[in-house]
Design a protein around this ligand. Structure first.
Ligand code: HEC
Length: 461
C-alpha cells in the first residue's frame, strides 16, 4: 500500500481545499439516452484498460480491486463492493471516478498515463452500472490481434434464414456472417475480394434475403445488391439496382419466382428479374425513405413501410398499387399476418391489424406499454411476435390479442426473422443475434460477440 499512501499525500499537499468540497458535483457527466446495452468488453474495458488497469489488474491490484471483468468488479476491493448493479448513484466506483469521493480515480498525478474520464466515458460507465454491470470478457478476444473496432463491433441490423432452416445470415456492420443453425457455428464469412479486410459491402449491410431454393443470398449495401451463391463465397453478381445511386434500404425475394423487390432511401421501389437482372417495374413515393419491405407469404404482394409511418402495397409481379390509401399512420414496424392482412406496430398505440385491400379499416388492435421496434409472424399467422424498444419480445395470440409468452433479447430488436414453416426464429439487435424455439419459447443459441472469436473457438475444437 505504499503507493496508495504516496498518492494520498500528494493529493493533500496539492489540493488541501478539495477535502472540504468532496461532495460537490464532481466531474461533468454526459446523460446518455440510448436503448442498447452497454457492452463491457467493447465499450467499458477499453476505457479501463487505458486509465485504470495499470493499477487494478489481476496480478497487481491496488486496493485489492481488479477491474478486468464484471465478475472481478463484482467482488470489489479492500473496502468491499464498489459497484451496486442497477444503481450507479450509490456505487462508490462512480464517486471515485467522478471525483466526488477520495481517493480520486485515476489518481491525478500518475506515471501510467491514466487520465480522468471524459463526460462521455463517465456517462457510459454510469449507464453500464445502471443496466446491471453485466458482461463477460472472453479469453480468446484478448489473444486476438485486433483490427480497428468498427469492422467487427458494429451491431447487427439485418438477418435472413435459409428456406431449409439450416443457415442464418447476419449482416454485422459492413460484413456478412453465415451461421449453421443446427451446430450454432459460424459457417462462412462472405467477403468481396475487391474490398479490403474481408469486408462484404462498402457500407452497412442493410438487407439480406435468401432465394426460395436457398442457393442464392441477396445482400443490399450502400448502392448495390450482391448475389452470393452457396457454392462460392464470392459474389456472383453485382447489381446497381436503383436509379441515381439511391441507397438500398430493404429487399426481399419472392417465393417461387426469381424476383427481387428492392427499395431505396429516397422512396424508389423496384422489382428486378434475378435471371436477367433487368428491372421489371419501378415506382416511387417522392420524398419518403423506405424503412422496411416484405412480400406476402404467397409472394404476390409487397408491402413497404415508409418514413412517414405508412405502409403502401403493390402487386409483386406487375407493380400496380393495391390501394390508393395507405395504412394507419405512425407505424414503426410491420409484417404480413397472412396473404391478406398486415399488422403494423406503432410508437404509442400498440399493434393494429388491417386488410391489405382496405387500410383505413383496422380489424383488430391491441395495446403495448412500450414503443415497438419489430414485428413478425409465426404459426401461419396464429402468433405475432412483437419486439419492444426495451428488448422484450412478446408472443401474442393474433386471435384474441393475449400475450402467450414474453422473452428477452437483451437489447432493442432491429429485426425478427422466422424460419419458413415456423418452429424457430432469430431476433437481432445490438451486437447479438439470438435463435429461439417458437414452440416452447426458449433460447436455443446466441450468435453473438465477435465472430472472429467465434471462429477461433470453432477452429480450436
Ligand atoms: C496509478 C494507479 C491507479 C490508477 C491508474 C487507478 N487507480 Fe484506483 N486506486 C489506486 C490506489 C493506489 C488505490 C487505493 C487508494 C487508497 O486507498 O488510498 C485505488 C483505489 C481505487 C478504488 C477504491 C477501492 C476500495 O476498495 O477502496 C476504486 C473504486 C478505484 N481505485 C477505481 C479506479 C478506476 C475506476 C480507475 C480508472 C478510471 C482507477 N482506479 C485508476 C491506484 C490507481
Amino acid at each position: 500500500m505504499k503507493r496508495a499512501l504516496l498518492i494520498f499525500t500528494v493529493e493533500l499537499v496539492a489540493a488541501p481545499s478539495a477535502i472540504a468540497q468532496e461532495s460537490a458535483e464532481g466531474l461533468e457527466i454526459a446523460e446518455l439516452s440510448r436503448k442498447e446495452n452497454v457492452d463491457f468488453a467493447t465499450e467499458i474495458l477499453p476505457i479501463f484498460r487505458k486509465n485504470c488497469l495499470a493499477c487494478h489488474n489481476a496480478k497487481d491490484a491496488d486496493a485489492d480491486l481488479n477491474l478486468e471483468s464484471p465478475a472481478a468488479i463484482a467482488k470489489g476491493g479492500e473496502s468491499g463492493p464498489m459497484v451496486i448493479p442497477g444503481n450507479a448513484d450509490k456505487s462508490q466506483l462512480m464517486a471515485h471516478i467522478r471525483q466526488t469521493q477520495k481517493p480520486y480515480m485515476p489518481p491525478r498525478r500518475n506515471k501510467v498515463g491514466a487520465n480522468k474520464l471524459t463526460p462521455y466515458q463517465l456517462g457510459l460507465v454510469k449507464l453500464w452500472i445502471n443496466q446491471g454491470a453485466k458482461g463477460e470478457v472472453r479469453e480468446v478476444m484478448q489473444k486476438l490481434d485486433w483490427r480497428p473496432g468498427p469492422i467487427t463491433m458494429t451491431p447487427i441490423y439485418t438477418t435472413a434464414i435459409s428456406p431449409d432452416g439450416q443457415f442464418a445470415a447476419c449482416g454485422r456492420g459492413n460484413q456478412i456472417f453465415v451461421y449453421h443453425l443446427p451446430t450454432q457455428r459460424l459457417a462462412v464469412r462472405l467477403s468481396d475480394p475487391s474490398l479490403a479486410n474481408g469486408v462484404t459491402h462498402r457500407d452497412l449491410v442493410q438487407s439480406l434475403s435468401f432465394s426460395p431454393d436457398g442457393r442464392t443470398l441477396a445482400s443490399g449495401g450502400f448502392r448495390v445488391v450482391k448475389l452470393w451463391s452457396n457454392k462460392s463465397t464470392e459474389p456472383a453478381k453485382f447489381v446497381n439496382l436503383l436509379p441515381g445511386g439511391e441507397r438500398v434500404a430493404a429487399l426481399d425475394v419472392a417465393l417461387g419466382q426469381a424476383l427481387a423487390i428492392v427499395a431505396g432511401g429516397r422512396g424508389s421501389v423496384q422489382a428486378v428479374d434475378l435471371n436477367s437482372m433487368m428491372p421489371v417495374w419501378r415506382d416511387r413515393v417522392e420524398g419518403q425513405a423506405v424503412v422496411q419491405l416484405q412480400l406476402s407469404p404467397d409472394g404476390k404482394k409487397v408491402a413497404v413501410l415508409f418514413g412517414d409511418g405508412r405502409v403502401r402495397t403493390w402487386s409483386a409481379a406487375a407493380g400496380d398499387r393495391l390501394t390508393r390509401e395507405a395504412s394507419p399512420l405512425g407505424a414503426t414496424a410491420m409484417t404480413w399476418l397472412d396473404d391478406d392482412r398486415i399488422a403494423t406496430g406503432h410508437a404509442t398505440d400498440g399493434v393494429k391489424v388491417w386488410a391489405a385491400n382496405n387500410p383505413g379499416k383496422v380489424t383488430l388492435s391491441w395495446a403495448t406499454s412500450v414503443p415497438l421496434s419489430a414485428l413478425a409472424v409465426t404459426g401461419n399467422g396464429a402468433t405475432v411476435l412483437v419486439a419492444q424498444n426495451d428488448g422484450k419480445v412478446l408472443a401474442i395470440n393474433s386471435a384474441d390479442g393475449k400475450t402467450i409468452k414474453t422473452i428477452d433479447h437483451g437489447a432493442a430488436v432491429a429485426e425478427i426473422r422466422v424460419k419458413r414453416g415456423g418452429g424457430q426464429f432469430v431476433t437481432i439487435g445490438g451486437p447479438v443475434a439470438q435463435l429461439w424455439d417458437a414452440e416452447n419459447w426458449t433460447a436455443i443459441a446466441q450468435l453473438k460477440g465477435d465472430p472472429r472469436a467465434e471462429e477461433q473457438v470453432a477452429l480450436a475444437e
